[in-house]
Every structure is written in structure tokens, then in C-alpha cells.
Design a protein around this ligand. Structure first.
Ligand SMILES: [Zn+2]
Length: 244
């Protein structure tokens, strides 16, 4: 059975049932592929809200009330049929798609050490695979920036000439976990003035662990140094970056 065949059958069922909610969920359904690490799209990925629906009507004084006989189980059945037919199914509200390649990555974690495989900025949404194609572009907003750590799933720091300077810093709920990236950066810049620095991080349940990496500054000014040097002029040139 092809995907279109299965989806058309579901649409007809929803229409026959007169379920507007299911019809609109089927319209919002998205098909594509995962780029989330460790996820298998199999024959194809289908994202939707798979909860069964119940038609409601507005009654003055009571609000929205369920219509008798208005339940519709098409979404739940559709998910089971797609799974059996070899497709991957997942929840649309937990994913976003890359503007570049169109593949889907999670926007909410499914385990405590999860890191988002991509990022959304005012310039768009880019997945980790596409970011890997431009490591210096990715690092530009992270070099000498204590507010924005690099995700090692998306950039190979050693390949970009960085070496680990110090690791195992922690900031979090437990006593003593009060390492401050702003102060650490100040400290290392003072003792290693020819170097530029990047933080990496490891999320944990109750705290964040982070490491600091360095490489010799390339010729010329980097993005952050330009920003510092230019101040308002840098902003006017569109060189803004977000300080968390
Ligand atoms: Zn992509």
C-alpha cells in the first residue's frame, strides 16, 4: 500500500464520518524524513496529532460541549495502519523542519541528555546535518561567547583546530556547582591572549557541565571581536547576535 492510498482512505473515512477535526488534522499532517540522530524514517516519516477526535459545539452558558456520536477514531487507526505498512509515525508538535534540506529534527527532548540537532534563529531553521557543512559559520557566533556554547554533535572542534583547555565545569542545583562561563572566559583570555575560545556543554538532569576549548586566533578579527570593536556600527551592519 502506498502512502497516498492509505491517506486518501483516511480522508474519505473522516468525510463520511463528518469529522471536521479529523479532516483538519489530516490536512496538517506532514510527510518527510528524520534527520534526528538515531531515528529511522523507514519507508517515510509521517507527523501528525494522532489523538482521536470528538466534535464539539458551543452552547451558551456551558462552553464547548461534545456532540453525541461525534467521536472519530480515524487518527488512531491511521497511525496503526501506517506503522504496520512500514512507515515511521511521530507527533508533529515535537518536530520542526530544516529550511535547507526539509528534514525533521526534534524540538523537545526525549531523554535527559538530549540536545537539539539544529537551531532556529531569526534567519531560519537549520538542522545539524546542514550546519555541519559550514563549521566556521556555526562557530562564528560561539567564539569568545560565554552565553552560547557549541553543540559537539554539530561541529568537530578538533577538526577546526581547537584543543581542550579544561573540562568538567558545572553550573546547577547542587552546592559548589557555580562555575561561571563569563568569569572563566575572562580568566583564560587574560592568561592565553593569543587564543580564542569556545564552550561546549553536556546537559544533565539537574545541572549543565561544560568544557572550554581554544585555538590560536586567525589573522584578522573574528565575528565577536568585530562586534566588540564596532559596537553600534556592528549592529547597524546586521552583525547582531543573541545574548541568552
Ligand atoms: Zn538540513
Amino acid at each position: 500500500m502506498t502512502l497516498n492510498y492509505i491517506l486518501n482512505a483516511a480522508r474519505r473515512d473522516a468525510e463520511r464520518k463528518g469529522s471536521k477535526k479529523t479532516t483538519s488534522r489530516l490536512e496538517e499532517l506532514q510527510c518527510g524524513e528524520y534527520c534526528e540522530p538515531g531515528y529511522d524514517s523507514k519507508r517515510g516519516l509521517v507527523l501528525a496529532n494522532w489523538n482521536d477526535t470528538h466534535e464539539t459545539t458551543w452552547i451558551k452558558g456551558q462552553g464547548y460541549v461534545r456532540v453525541a456520536g461525534g467521536e472519530c477514531t480515524v487518527m488512531g487507526r491511521l497511525e496503526r495502519i501506517l506503522d504496520k505498512a512500514g512507515f515511521s509515525t511521530d507527533w508533529s508538535d515535537e518536530y520542526t523542519s530544516c529550511d535547507d534540506c526539509g528534514k525533521y529534527f526534534r524540538t523537545s527532548g526525549d531523554c535527559w541528555d538530549w540536545k537539539q540537532y539544529g537551531e532556529s534563529t531569526e534567519h531560519g531553521t537549520i538542522c545539524g546535518n546542514c550546519l555541519k557543512g559550514d563549521p566556521e559559520g556555526y562557530l562564528a557566533t560561539r567564539i569568545d561567547n560565554p552565553h552560547n556554547a557549541a553543540n559537539t554533535a554539530m561541529v568537530d572542534l578538533a577538526a577546526q583546530g581547537f584543543e581542550l583547555v579544561a573540562d568538567g565545569f558545572a553550573n546547577g542545583l547542587h552546592p559548589g556547582m557555580n562555575d561561571n562561563p563569563v568569569k572563566l572566559l575572562e580568566h583564560y583570555r587574560a592568561i592565553m591572549p593569543q587564543q580564542e575560545f569556545v564552550f561546549t556543554y553536556k546537559p544533565s538532569q539537574f545541572y549543565v557541565e561544560f568544557d572550554i576549548w581554544a585555538r590560536t586566533k586567525p589573522e584578522g578579527l573574528n565575528y565577536m571581536q568585530m562586534e566588540l570593536a564596532n559596537g553600534a556600527a556592528g549592529k547597524a551592519m546586521g552583525l547582531e547576535y543573541a545574548l541568552a
